[in-house]
Design a protein around this ligand. Structure first.
Ligand SMILES: C[S@@+](CC[C@H](N)C(=O)[O-])C[C@H]1O[C@@H](n2cnc3c(N)ncnc32)[C@H](O)[C@@H]1O
Length: 281
């Protein structure tokens, strides 16, 4: 079978299972099998695939048809300016989260130094993207998941940032080390009862620990606000990702705990996604 037919057949299988970008997914997976870029496929549609590569491709198509996300199959995901290693058991970085990076860069554009804490690092995508942009910032990333901590360490090494960041496996409740100019977090904020309505790829494959925000979705956010109120320096910033319908609740939680609300930023779909606040008391 040649490249053209492999993509056509693979795409047919994915389409039958209602996979949205069936053709693109096939191309990405075949490019991975052949260790080439996608454009190689387009320029070599007539090239035959050997038996071994065809078998590997079929297996990936089978996994994708069962809903496994592309980023878990290719083990990588682009986020901000870098490619992050991804792994099952750790949340895949989302484009919406890039709003937090943009906000941080704008807020700290005149600051050369800052000590940053990222709560719930996952792949490390937030803190590592900030450190890449700001060469004199230092940081700590914490997560209760040991898989997240090992993956963040790997990503830090890949991006040559290991000297400016430490990763610690701990529950946010038990962490009480240092004082910070900036706390960032994309916490689990999905209402427990709504997880079952998420897309199949997400609910069946991504870790519940990274998604589940308790009965009203704000259980973990509240923990982070409380932790930030003790670990931030006076005038330090807290930059939080929130659910599209959580703005009012989070603003009220923040104000009650002595935070001034600087700004609420929308994501690319125009949903309220990021709250920037300052510890004033
Ligand atoms: C929504 S994910 C965010 C991952 C990453 N920061 C990102 O934006 O892609 C939330 C992360 O919080 C971690 N987490 C959940 N509960 C936690 C807790 N009690 N203490 C520390 N981390 C926790 C999860 O393991 C997960 O990695």
């Amino acid at each position: 079978m040649n490249i053209y037919n492999a993509i056509k057949e693979g795409s047919k299988i994915l389409k039958k299972k209602n996979i949205k970008f069936s053709n693109l997914d096939c191309e990405v997976l075949l490019a991975k099998v052949l260790r080439k870029q996608r454009k190689y496929l387009i320029l070599n549609l007539d090239k035959p695939l050997n038996k071994k590569n065809l078998e590997i491709f079929k297996d990936l198509i089978n996994q994708r048809s069962n809903g496994k996300p592309i980023a878990y199959l290719t083990k990588k995901k682009d986020f901000w300016n870098s490619e992050f290693i991804t792994e099952e058991g750790v949340l895949i970085p989302r484009p919406d989260t890039e709003v937090l990076i943009e906000a941080t860069i704008e807020l700290f554009k005149n600051k050369d130094y800052a000590n940053v804490l990222d709560i719930g690092v996952g792949t490390g995508c937030i803190i590592l993207s900030i450190l890449e942009e700001k060469p004199c910032f230092y940081g700590i990333g914490i997560d209760v998941s040991s898989k997240s901590i090992s993956l963040s360490k790997l990503n830090a090494k890949k991006l040559n940032l290991e000297n400016r960041v430490k990763f610690i496996k701990t529950d946010v409740d038990n962490f009480c080390h240092g004082k910070y100019d900036l706390v960032v977090s994309n916490p689990p904020y999905i209402n427990s009862n709504k997880i079952r309505y998420l897309e199949k790829d997400v609910k069946n494959f991504e870790p519940k620990l990274a998604l589940d925000g308790g009965l009203d979705g704000t259980f973990k956010i509240l923990k982070i606000i409380e932790k930030a109120s003790t670990l931030l320096k006076c005038n330090g910033k807290l930059i939080l990702e929130i659910g599209y319908d959580q703005k009012n609740k989070i603003v009220s939680l923040l104000k009650k705990r002595g935070f001034y609300i600087n700004n609420i930023i929308k994501d690319y779909a125009k949903n309220d996604r990021c709250v920037i606040s300052t510890k004033v008391k």
